[in-house]
Design a protein around this ligand. Structure first.
Ligand code: SAH
Ligand code: SF4
Ligand code: F3S
Length: 469
């Protein structure tokens, strides 16, 4: 084992995050690991000594972006070397996991490739990269490419990562579950993140309390299948997500709880009941369904049909009548007929979504879907996506319009685009713009909603006094 890089000397790291909220959480954790080594965050790669690309492999486009970004970084690195300094380039995240060796081959300027379960090894990996750089500076040739760590270590990274250092404007993410054992036939996540793993209850409660003490008034619990959570408590019992939510709701000062992403199959009775019982649990649920066709759901290996989804929605709404739903959809999965696609459109029509993400099926190497016959032509995928997105956009606009006139609590998370403007989130995760002071940051205030747009609302502060915190 090489010695760790010496702390003390000021260095800068730029972290670019692609993909899902788990990557956002991980990027913050990587910053926390690097801080004791002397790394402060930098706003741009040009000012950084170390650049980390935290990558996403979910669709082809997301993956390809990484290689073009790496090309640009190589130019920065070469320029630095001409000036007698250097730039360390690290690729983290799901592309690193899936294509580690290919990255090293396609872009030799990459110094470190580190998979999502190995971030706690970053200090060692950096030390090794530094050692290699010193050998290269001495004019010697190095065998092989950069430093690669894409193991799924036996120990959990969570046990070795430092506690989160800060909270952004009142709202924090907390990863409670990782990985996936469901193997939907289109999806790379079980391969890039590994087997399903639930963090122990006590570690989560500790982190939650620390985040609240640091100023969080909203926590979003994260996991690829967050409602499959089954974490061990200190007394040896196993807690469900519902039980965990109930315990978190006891934390004083915590005004809002959310969780994402959930799977319809793991929407237990207990969790549905929690939506009616926990006032802090926000009336918004992201519940991906992917398709409204039973035949396609089966081919996707989702493990449920359209009826189960419809029933879940009805039961959730019975528990919490103001619940807003969001979902993910894939169009053009292999074999999807016009009739299958109509089933998806009908499901959307019947359920009514407050927001949604929809994608063209992307053929991912190594997944069962990639080898299925009857791949759908690109033009047909494009047409179906346009039709679905038009319907979803209408629903989102209608949902936003319906709220105009209401006075709702808004959590302000960031300044708006224009000076004097602040941007916050309603309980239904809508973006709300108001004229207001920056002292609103990280607070909840009552806002009368005055205007509705495609993906946001405008409002007026009813009282500048915060309701919570
Ligand atoms: N665990 C979540 C989804 C995680 S991936 C679930 O089970 O629903 C996030 C979203 O990306 C998925 O819901 C899906 O809509 C989309 N996605 C995943 N793989 C894809 C692929 N190969 N092509 C297009 N979209 C995909
Ligand atoms: Fe991917 Fe399916 Fe697992 Fe979600 S449940 S992460 S879509 S394999
Ligand atoms: Fe992308 Fe990995 Fe998240 S593939 S969506 S960053 S789990």
């Amino acid at each position: 084992m090489t010695s760790l890089p010496t702390a003390g000397k000021r260095k800068r790291v730029f972290i670019r995050t692609y993909g899902c909220q788990m990557n956002v959480y991980d990027s913050d954790r990587m910053a926390d690991v690097l801080r004791p080594l002397g790394y402060a965050l930098s706003e741009s790669p040009e000012q950084a000594d170390l650049v980390v690309l935290n990558t996403c492999h979910i669709r082809e486009k997301a993956s390809e972006k990484v290689y073009s970004e790496l090309g640009r970084l190589r130019d920065v690195k070469l320029e630095r070397r001409r000036e007698g300094s250097d730039l360390t380039i690290a690729v983290a995240g799901c592309v690193a996991q899936a294509e580690g060796e290919e990255i090293a081959r396609r872009q030799p300027a990459v110094d470190i490739v580190v998979g999502p379960q190995a971030y706690h090894h970053l200090p060692q990996l950096l030390a090794e990269a530094e050692r290699r750089a010193a050998v290269r500076r001495a004019g010697k040739r190095l065998p092989g490419a950069g430093v690669l760590d894409t193991e799924f270590p036996a120990e959990s990274k969570f046990d070795h990562l430092p506690a989160p250092a800060g909270v952004r404007a009142g709202s924090a993410f907390l990863s409670i579950q990782e990985g996936c054992d469901k193997f939907c036939t289109f999806c790379v996540v079980p391969y890039t993140r590994g087997a399903e793993y639930s963090r122990p209850v006590e570690a989560i409660l500790r982190e939650a309390r620390a985040l609240v003490a640091a100023g969080a008034i909203e926590l979003t619990l994260l996991g690829q299948n967050v409602n499959a959570y089954h974490g061990e408590a200190t007394d040896g019992s196993t807690w469900s997500l519902a039980r965990l939510l109930r315990a978190l709701a006891e934390i004083e000062g915590l005004a809002r709880l959310r969780y994402t992403t959930s799977h319809p199959r793991d929407m237990s009775d207990d969790l549905i009941a929690a939506h009616g019982e926990i006032p802090q649990l926000m009336p918004y649920l992201h519940l991906p369904v992917q398709s409204g066709s039973d035949r396609i759901l089966e081919a996707m290996n989702r493990g449920h049909g359209r009826d189960l989804f419809r029933r879940l929605v009805d039961r959730l709404r019975a528990m919490r009548p103001d619940l807003a739903l969001s979902s993910d959809f894939i169009v053009g999965f292999p074999g999807e007929s016009d009739g299958d696609f109509d089933d998806t459109m009908r499901l959307v029509d019947e359920v009514g979504f407050a927001s949604a993400f929809s994608f063209k099926y992307s053929r991912r190497p190594g997944t069962p879907g990639a080898t299925l016959a009857d791949q759908i032509p690109e033009a047909l995928k494009t047409a179906r996506l346009a039709a679905l997105q038009a319907l979803l956009a209408d629903q989102q606009r209608a949902f936003n319009s319906m709220k105009v006139g209401a006075t709702v609590p808004v959590l302000f998370a960031e300044p708006g685009r224009k000076p004097g403007q602040m941007l916050g989130k309603s309980p239904w995760l809508q973006s709300v713009h108001v004229e207001g002071p920056t002292s609103l940051l990280g607070r909840i205030a009552e806002v009368e909603l005055t205007g509705a747009y495609a993906v946001s609302l405008s409002g007026r502060l009813v009282s500048p006094l915060e309701v919570a915190a």
